[in-house]
Each structure stands twice: as structure tokens, then as C-alpha cells.
Design a protein around this ligand. Structure first.
Ligand SMILES: O=C(O)CCC(=O)C(=O)O
Ligand SMILES: [Fe+2]
Length: 518
């Protein structure tokens, strides 16, 4: 057997990603497809089965796995691939392996995927203010992954450099330069120091660049001597850039609040102490719902125990079949486009109740609890289809509002799906949580300083419109990055069209419904 078998064995011992863009999503396979996948691979190349299904719910593990695919295997490809050579058992083995992986993953993981994993790690580090030393050693909260190697950290910092995130690059390289395994190897320390000096220079801290390299002034490394001379010529004393301090890029107050809410840092204790749980009446007198209020005005609540395991599995299965990278609406509200930036990093799929009648029971429950009419219909629907969402580690949805800007009088927009055309605004959002999340992933409302924790079997609920019919801009909300685990959710947007009798207008512009507060 050629050496790649070991590589594949090693990587596959954990898990194979199934979908494109799997850096941003839960890359686990459902047990059946995993079994299928591995039976096939096992038959062909006698690899072991996967042991730990939660392996990639840790961002460092996800990075390691992708790294094995992308970097570990590339030298194998390079050494085996030969256009004109005779077919031998090595090339057969190689082709077989490649075919098996491409068949089950869709394509061979590439640098784009590794970059996504690097991006997720940097984002999580800054978002959740993780301890850098622990992170490099593979530790996130109470979980332990294999430490990041020198090459891993260099890869991550090269990615930061490519995307001009010099502050992050500097912080990571500083930590790396202090590590024992780097300090004990002059060749590597010089390499890291030169990257660090270059990052300082690009950041505008020229004298700092000089200082880093001066520590190696005894070295005869020609590149280092050249760099040192160059930075020294730029670092003229007293120039304004020498006074520049190293600090993260400025962010808006709203984004700071968003991040702090995600970390759970800024919960106002007086406000918290007034929050209550209610046994709320529903349309059926003996059936009460369990409401936990996270904000009173406007009301944002978490309803507990509103979806059971069967419906959860059904929505997840539909999602797995239909997933594609999440889209956001473009500015002009006409087309949906795939976003390659970091605004929304997740996968979505739409589940239709006409095709899946078992979901109708679930929708009736939403109507019962909210008092709104959520019936899904093929024409003039009172709700949109279920949108199934999955976020893997680092996955998130930046602050946004759910309303679309349509009214009942807006002429149908042909680019929209039929459930959106002519059905008016998204009066309310009902979002089922289909999983728990080990860390991160909360739904937060920066303008309200409110936070809904992800609780499997529960659902978040709020109105996007006031009783007057005006949209409510205070409903700005976000899905926090998943730090550990995998988050599954499903939106049911309840449309204006069905609520003529269920939600009557108020007399004043800011009237709200009367709901229990004590
Ligand atoms: O995942 C979340 O917590 C929020 C998702 C969301 O806001 C949306 O899909 O519109
Ligand atoms: Fe949303």
C-alpha cells in the first residue's frame, strides 16, 4: 500500500466532511450516510471506521482535518501523479482514493476550505476573547484538541496577512515566537520573526519591526539582515507612525454590544431580575405554553418544549438533503446572491409542508401558541416554508432584521417564492431550536440588550411589526458564532396576509398587545 492510505485512515478515523463550504457548517454526516461512506472506503482501502462523531465540533479539530486533506495529501498527489507513467498499483490506488473522496464529499477539500477554517478560528478568538496560549495548545473552554503546530499557526497568520488583518496576525505571531518549540529552533524563529516584523511594518509600527529583528542581530541570515536594514531606514525617530499603538480595528458601539451579548457579558442585572416565565394561555383553554421572556417591550420570548424529537429529525433530514450556502438579500431587494464575506456563514434549506405533511402539525402548534394564523398554503400563504439552518463551528449570522419591506399592497415580486409574493410583511418570527450548542450560538438583540439561549426543543418568538403595521427596527438581531458544537434551527416566518383577524390594529401608532408581565 502506498503511504496515502495511512493519511486517509488517519483523517477518516474522525470524519469526512460531506458538503461544500463545510468549514462553515456542521460537517458531520448522519449515521446512515456516514456508514455508507465508510463502508465504501473501508471496502476499497481497508481503513478504520470513525470513532468520535463530535470531532469536528471543535474548530481546531476541523482545522486539523482539513489540513490533513489539503496539505497532508498534496505531497502524496504531487509524488504519485504522473501523466505519462504506466498504470501501476500506486496510481490505481491513488485514483481510487481520490474518486472515493470526491464522490462522497463532492470535491477534494481545497485551500478555500482551509482558509475558511482559519478565518473561523481567528473570528472565534477575537469574538470570544479566547486565551491565545490555551488556543494554540488546543484548549477551548474545557475541551482539548491536538495543539496547533507551528505550520498551522503560520498558515493562520498568512491567511490573516492576505486579508490584511495585521493586528490579529501580530498577536498570533507574537505568541508563536514565544513558544518553546519555536525558540529552540533558530531557523524557525527567524522565519516567524521576519513574518512578525513584516506585519508590524504593514501595520505602520516600523520601529517595532526593527526591534523584533534586532533580537537576532548575531545571525548571518541574509534575508533577515536585508529586512532589518530596510525597516531601520523607515523607522526614523519621532515619525508619527512610531507612536502607533497596537489595537484591534475600531468597531461600532452596536457591534461591541452584539459581541458582548454573545459572550453573555452585559446582562443588566436589574433588568434580568424582572424577567419572568409564564404559563401562557393558548387557543385551547387547557393547553398552556411555557414562555420565558427575555425582553418585555418589544416582547422577545423563548418558548420551551414546543418541538419533539420526530419533528426535529424530520427537519434536519430535509435540511441535509437540500442544503446550500445561505444567501442574503441584495440591497435592491430583487435578487438573492451568495455571499462570500462573513455576514452569514451557515447553510439553509426550505422545507415545504405540502411536500411534507407531517410538518403541518407543527405549524398548527405555532398558530395555537402565538394566536396567529401560520397556515402554509401554496397561494396567498399565511406563513413561509420552514427554513432549516445549520451553523458549524464559527458559523454565525450578523445583526439584521427579518422584515422584507413588502406590504400587503406591494405587487407580487416574481423573483420571490410564491409564499412571499403578495403575502405582505413578515409579521412575526418563530424560530425553533433543533439542537443545543456546546458554546456560543445564542440569538442576541443588540438594541434591546437581550439574549435568547439556544435550547433544543424550544423556539424564539417576536413580532417584527408593531400593531400599527409599522416595522419595528428594535428587532435587530443576530446569530452568535458557534464556538463549540453545531447549531440547528428552523425559521417559520408568519406573514401579514393571514393576520387580518388575529392581530387587530391599535388606535395609536405605538400600541402594543397586552401580555402578562408579572
Ligand atoms: O441563528 C440565529 O440565532 C438567528 C437566525 C436568524 O436571525 C435568521 O435566520 O433570520
Ligand atoms: Fe433573523
Amino acid at each position: 500500500m502506498f503511504p496515502s492510505t495511512n493519511c486517509l485512515e488517519d483523517a477518516n478515523e474522525h470524519r469526512l466532511p460531506k458538503v461544500n463550504h463545510f468549514f462553515s457548517v456542521d460537517i458531520s454526516l448522519e449515521p446512515t450516510s456516514r456508514k455508507r461512506c465508510f463502508t465504501s472506503i473501508t471496502r476499497q482501502i481497508n481503513t478504520k471506521s470513525i470513532k468520535d462523531v463530535h470531532y469536528c465540533e471543535n474548530p481546531i479539530n476541523a482545522f486539523h482535518l482539513l489540513s490533513r486533506f489539503v496539505r497532508g495529501w498534496s505531497h502524496v498527489f504531487d509524488s504519485i501523479w504522473c501523466e505519462d507513467c504506466d498504470v501501476d498499483r500506486y496510481s490505481v490506488d491513488f485514483n481510487l482514493t481520490r474518486n472515493v473522496v470526491e464522490k462522497h464529499i463532492g470535491r477534494w477539500p481545497s485551500k478555500i476550505d482551509m482558509d475558511g477554517a482559519a478565518n473561523a478560528i481567528i473570528r472565534l478568538w477575537s469574538f470570544y476573547q479566547l486565551d491565545m496560549n490555551k488556543l494554540l495548545n488546543g484548549q477551548i473552554l474545557d475541551t482539548q484538541a491536538e495543539p496547533l503546530s507551528i505550520d498551522d499557526v503560520i498558515y493562520i497568520t498568512r491567511y490573516a496577512d492576505d486579508t490584511k488583518r495585521y493586528y490579529e496576525e501580530i498577536e498570533w505571531l507574537k505568541e508563536l515566537l514565544n513558544r518553546n518549540d519555536v525558540q529552540n529552533n533558530e531557523h524557525i524563529s527567524i522565519k516567524v520573526a521576519r513574518f512578525l516584523a513584516a506585519a508590524y511594518y504593514k501595520y505602520g509600527m516600523h520601529s517595532q519591526a526593527v526591534e523584533v529583528l534586532e533580537a537576532f542581530s548575531n545571525s548571518e541570515h541574509t534575508g533577515l539582515i536585508r529586512d532589518l536594514r530596510f525597516y531601520a531606514s523607515r523607522a526614523t525617530d519621532g515619525s508619527k507612525d512610531n507612536k502607533k499603538a497596537l489595537k484591534p480595528a475600531a468597531i461600532s458601539r452596536e457591534d461591541r454590544t452584539y459581541m458582548a451579548l454573545c459572550r453573555g457579558d452585559i446582562m443588566n442585572s436589574k433588568k434580568q431580575s424582572k424577567l419572568r416565565c409564564f404559563n401562557r394561555d393558548t387557543r385551547i383553554p387547557i393547553y398552556k405554553s411555557k414562555e420565558e421572556v427575555v425582553n418585555y417591550f418589544p416582547r422577545v420570548s423563548l418558548f420551551h418544549d414546543v418541538i419533539g424529537e420526530e419533528h426535529i429529525q424530520l427537519l434536519k433530514q430535509i435540511g441535509q438533503k437540500l442544503f446550500q450556502r445561505s444567501m442574503v438579500k441584495s440591497e435592491n431587494q430583487v435578487t438573492y446572491q451568495e455571499v462570500s464575506d462573513n455576514f452569514r456563514v451557515s447553510q439553509t434549506a426550505w422545507a415545504n409542508e405540502t411536500a411534507n405533511p407531517a410538518l403541518q402539525t407543527l405549524t398548527r402548534r405555532v398558530s395555537l401558541i402565538t394566536g396567529l394564523d401560520a397556515t402554509y398554503k401554496d397561494v396567498m400563504s399565511h406563513s413561509e416554508m420552514y427554513q432549516v439552518l445549520n451553523y458549524g463551528v464559527g458559523g454565525m449570522y450578523n445583526p439584521h432584521r427579518d422584515y422584507l419591506g413588502y406590504t400587503l399592497l406591494t405587487p407580487p415580486n416574481p423573483v420571490e417564492t410564491i409564499d412571499v409574493q403578495g403575502t405582505g410583511e413578515r409579521t412575526a418570527t418563530w424560530m425553533f431550536y433543533l439542537s443545543d450548542v456546546k458554546a456560543g450560538g445564542a440569538t442576541v438583540f443588540p438594541k434591546l440588550k437581550a439574549r435568547v439561549p439556544v435550547v433544543k426543543g424550544g423556539a424564539a418568538f417576536w413580532y417584527n411589526m408593531k400593531l400599527s403595521g409599522q416595522v419595528d427596527s428594535r428587532t435587530l438581531h443576530a446569530g452568535c458564532p458557534v464556538l463549540l458544537g453545531s447549531k440547528w434551527a428552523s425559521n417559520k416566518w408568519i406573514k401579514e396576509s393571514g393576520q387580518v383577524l388575529t392581530r387587530l390594529c391599535g388606535l395609536n401608532i405605538d400600541d402594543i398587545e397586552i401580555l402578562p408581565t408579572k
